[in-house]
Design a protein around this ligand. Structure first.
Ligand code: GRF
Length: 203
């Protein structure tokens, strides 16, 4: 399984993938790491691992679609089987999302369909939910709205703030993302008619 990983920041989810590949837990190759932020720590992690890493800034492009066309041309140049958005913080426009359909995942720090978009931990605290978590889903044109492949749940505890809750969720994101990628590497997951199928059965 050839992966292209997209990341805008810290890259701890990328690191979890790299660690799983190097330990042999995940039968995959990271063909390249791509960012919209030239100073993303994720790019440094990729370079430290000897991987192809590059950034393209959105500034200067006339439209979202124009940026996406240039950015995903770079991503596709490494011929990925699967594109993994691991903390890629730019909205992907509808045209690019259509071209990526069925071969692109995102990890989102909430129990989708709850709390799409930004500041999910704050949203969860404000809503007063007892449980929060993370989701891995297929990317579609609808922001954080594509079919869910797998989720991890954590409790919201008394006294939690955004940071404590984010840390509890992040700790579960890493194994959740690796487990989801293992399903792909084993050919066990697919998107058919907008539904996730695992081992040939619709979720
Ligand atoms: C993660 O919480 C991810 O779910 C969210 O942004 C964060 C990225 O963390 N979309 P990292 O860059 O992987 O450390």
């Amino acid at each position: 399984l050839r992966l292209a990983v997209l990341a805008s920041g810290r890259g701890s989810n990328l690191q979890a993938i790299l660690d799983a590949v190097s330990s042999g837990t995940l039968d995959a190759t990271v063909a390249g790491v791509f960012s919209d932020k030239p100073d993303a720590l994720a790019l440094q992690r990729a370079r430290d691992a000897g991987l192809h890493a590059e950034a393209l800034r959105a500034r200067g492009f006339a439209s979202r679609d124009a940026f996406d066309a240039a950015f995903f041309a770079r991503v596709d140049s490494v011929a990925p089987d699967l594109v993994v958005c691991a903390g890629y913080m730019r909205i992907i426009g509808a045209a690019a999302a259509r071209a990526l359909a069925g071969r692109t995942l995102n990890i989102h720090p909430s129990l989708l369909p709850d709390f799409r978009g930004l500041h999910t931990h704050r949203q969860a605290l404000d809503a007063g939910v007892a449980e929060h978590g993370a989701s891995v889903h297929f990317v579609t044109a609808e922001l954080d709205g594509g079919p869910v492949i797998a989720q991890a749940r954590v409790p919201v505890l008394p006294g939690d703030d955004e940071d404590t809750l984010a840390a509890r969720v992040l700790e579960r994101e890493h194994p959740l993302l690796v487990a989801s990628l293992r399903l792909f590497a084993a050919g066990r997951v697919a998107l058919h008619e907008d539904r996730v199928h695992i081992d040939g059965r619709a979720l």
